[in-house]
Design a binder for this molecule. Sequence first.
Ligand SMILES: NC(=O)c1ccc[n+]([C@@H]2O[C@H](COP(=O)([O-])OP(=O)(O)OC[C@H]3O[C@@H](n4cnc5c(N)ncnc54)[C@H](OP(=O)(O)O)[C@@H]3O)[C@@H](O)[C@H]2O)c1
Length: 331
Amino acid sequence: MEKIRILIAGYGNVGRGVVAALKRNPDMELAGIISRSPDRVRKEVTDVPVLAFDDVAGFLSLKADVAILCGGSKNDLPQQGPWMAQYMNTVDSFDNHSRVPEYFHTMDEAAKKGCHVSIISTGWDPGIFSLERTLGSAFLPGSRAYGFYGLGPKGGLSMGHSDALRTIPGVVDARQFTHAVPEALERVRKGENPAFEPGDMHTRECFVVAAPDADKEEIEKTIKAMPGYFAPYKTVVNFISQEELNEKYKGFPHDGTVAAAGVTGDGNSAAIEYRCVWGSNPEATASVLVAHARAAARLFAEGRKGAFTILDIPPAYFSQYDREELLAHWI
Ligand SMILES: NC(=O)c1ccc[n+]([C@@H]2O[C@H](COP(=O)([O-])OP(=O)(O)OC[C@H]3O[C@@H](n4cnc5c(N)ncnc54)[C@H](OP(=O)(O)O)[C@@H]3O)[C@@H](O)[C@H]2O)c1
């Protein structure tokens, strides 16, 4: 059987994760990488072609079936997504939830025009959790599905919030761990379906390395007042050394659960929960993206075109097993 050939477009944490994930999927192979900084990537990757992003003839000659777009959601994907969809099938992890409808329509138009398949906004959230929220509300009508993050003792590392901390003057480096509020999760599990305010479900713990001459009190005040990011949340700020940050808080651990609870029949309790625990958020996200690339190749082989989300794809299309194997052992 011919392997599904993957092009990685953009090489950061998730791009690295895709390289690792492809090694665990024997029906797929890495055709090459494109990057805006190919010299940087060539220092790390030596066994496949690494080309400049705009070397269109070059990357088309690699005969990849699907491009996995690993650029940032804020600035890269809105521009790179529609551009790539004209040349090949794409999969991406666009995670700006409020802009998903707009991004979907842009990608749908571009992919239809290019006669390609573009699977957007997948990973774990959006992605797996989008599916679980949808299933929760379909199987338990009237329930609400809630996402809780950082259930373990260390919490979950939020890259976006860590980036936000690093923009504050006087902050040299920083990491932000999100913690779920256990009492809030308990209320959901009991089927109360509460109307939470922002800040009721999670707390935030910051580990900050300050410049030697920085005013730590001022930094803490600035963090706690940051609208959207920290202001609505109970936030703890810890100042630590760079060595301690590197040693104790390395890697990209994250976890979360989608919980929906309600009643069936005349009032019997019913609850659904789906938990993810990741030692590495970008590697796990990449693993999900790779399975979606398999689905993209299959949809394309059927002559489908346009944009898709995880909600539009039969789960069997993600699997490396064939239909008979799934029927016999996995259903
Ligand atoms: N849906 C989900 O569950 C989920 C989960 C996690 C992340 N995400 C999304 O995935 C996106 C990518 O995350 P990430 O952690 O991989 O971001 P990242 O490491 O910052 O990489 C983003 C882009 O920045 C460039 N880059 C990376 N390192 C660089 C360096 N040292 N010097 C210069 N350029 C560099 C790369 O583009 P070039 O190679 O073109 O330079 C890369 O594609 C995030 O924006 C987020 O939206 C989604």
